[in-house]
Write a protein of this length. Structure first.
Length: 83
């Protein structure tokens, strides 16, 4: 598990660049982590790396969850082939 904090100036730059590239901040950060992990592997062969991203599914539920306590997220996994 990795984590870090961005300064407000870094966050502003990141948001602006993501808008320019027409991507989400979340997508850009996931891509950066995946590429950094792939670089650490240093494999001459093609590698597959996976990313699990939590997604809020509250608006897709058929009943209103209101203030009820629960975990209303899914964790889809994506696989990325790098060479």
């Amino acid at each position: 598990m990795f984590h870090w904090t961005l300064f407000s100036t870094e966050t502003t730059k990141l948001v602006a660049r993501c808008r320019e590239e027409k991507t989400s901040v979340h997508g850009a950060l996931c891509a950066a982590f995946l590429l950094a992990n792939a670089a650490e592997v240093k494999s001459p062969n093609e590698i597959i790396i996976k990313c699990r991203t939590p997604v809020n599914i509250r608006k897709y539920l058929t009943i209103d969850v209101g203030i009820n306590l629960g975990e209303y997220i899914a964790r889809p996994s994506t696989a990325h082939r790098l060479s």
